[in-house]
Design a protein around this ligand. Structure first.
Ligand SMILES: Nc1ncnc2c1ncn2[C@@H]1O[C@H](COP(=O)(O)OP(=O)(O)OP(=O)(O)O)[C@@H](O)[C@H]1O
Ligand SMILES: [Mg+2]
Length: 299
């Protein structure tokens, strides 16, 4: 069965999208079958992986993106999958194994304008359709905005694990704390909609420190985060296996540049990746992170 994973924090701009895209690419590179869902109206992951021209076509067509399963409601999740999404200039497939279900700006309407059947909340509609394609993948990843409103709820409800990207600052810790509170509320509200065999509602399985500058000591913010995580584990509000990842992702210019190039960093040329003295660079970080994720046994 696919591992279904949300990257989320109530703090914006911590690196959720860059982590999920680059981790997805690292997983595909080691031969995993990966499907990434973009549940953030900002469409950052979709624009990044499709590049602007391809994404613009979907945005102006008004269908072909995730919102069309809700309104007009004729599309099915399985029809929206863009296989092997990363392409070169002449359409050649650059990263087989990484598929995307994109979003466009119309996903914002899910939050207010959409009036579906109240007995079938959006996350249930989504989850039922996801089951048709789940078996095709090893990993299904959900990129979410920094909240648990309706769009994120689709990812959270379907997930088996949640990972929290964080920067070494107080706001990331607050964002994590708020996330755990909001998760608990959502799980209570959605409990009656869970299917038999769906397994327990997803809890936080890990914290991933991102964008760490060379020479900056993050021991104190890391210790504060560990204390909070321990409290949540004791209260059974985080998974028993939950941990701060040993791998942290360095701050590297190429992560920002990769967005403009429309490529995960793993596909950006080696010269551009600011390799350190040992030849290690941010691509190595993402590779190690993917390895740690593969190793972490779901509880
Ligand atoms: N390791 C890194 N090194 C350098 N820049 C980074 C790194 N990770 C992320 N960034 C940059 O930080 C900014 C925010 O990252 P990103 O968009 O991934 O955050 P986010 O949490 O998804 O934001 P949002 O809450 O808006 O969805 C982007 O410009 C991104 O390129
Ligand atoms: Mg984002």
């Amino acid at each position: 069965m696919a591992r279904k994973i949300c990257f989320i924090n109530y703090k914006g701009g911590v690196g959720k999208t860059s982590l999920i895209v680059n981790t997805a690419a690292a997983l595909a590179k080691i031969g995993k079958r990966v499907l990434l869902f973009d549940f953030d109206t900002q469409s950052n992951a979709s624009i990044w992986l499709l590049k602007l021209d391809r994404w613009n076509k979907i945005n102006s067509a008004g269908d072909g993106a995730i919102y069309s399963i809700f309104d007009p409601g004729r599309a099915q999740v399985k029809d929206l999958v863009i296989k092997d999404v990363v392409e070169g200039k002449s359409g050649e497939k650059l990263l087989p194994g990484l598929d995307l279900v994109p979003t466009t700006f119309n996903l914002v309407d899910l939050e207010n304008e959409y009036n579906g059947d109240p007995k079938r909340p959006p996350y249930l509609v989504f989850y039922e359709q996801l089951q048709a394609i789940e078996a095709n993948y090893d990993f299904i990843l959900f990129d979410c905005p920094p909240n648990i409103l309706r769009a994120s709820q689709c990812g959270v409800f379907a997930s088996t694990e949640i990972y929290v990207p964080a920067n070494p600052d107080a706001l990331s810790l607050i964002g994590f704390t708020l996330l755990v509170e909001k998760l608990q509320k959502f799980h209570q509200l959605s409990a009656s909609f869970r299917k038999s065999g769906q397994g327990p509602a997803a809890q936080v399985h890990g914290i991933i420190f991102n964008s760490i500058k060379t020479g900056v000591d993050i021991e104190v913010p890391k210790m504060r985060m560990q204390l909070r995580l321990n409290q949540f584990k004791t209260a059974k509000r985080a998974a028993s296996v939950a941990k701060i990842f040993d791998t942290q992702i360095r701050d590297a210019m190429v992560v920002r540049r990769a967005v403009a190039l429309g490529l995960p960093v793993a596909l950006v040329s080696a010269e551009a990746t600011d390799a350190g003295p040992g030849g290690d660079n941010v691509i190595t970080d993402y590779r190690k992170l993917a390895g740690e994720l593969v190793q972490l046994v779901a509880s």
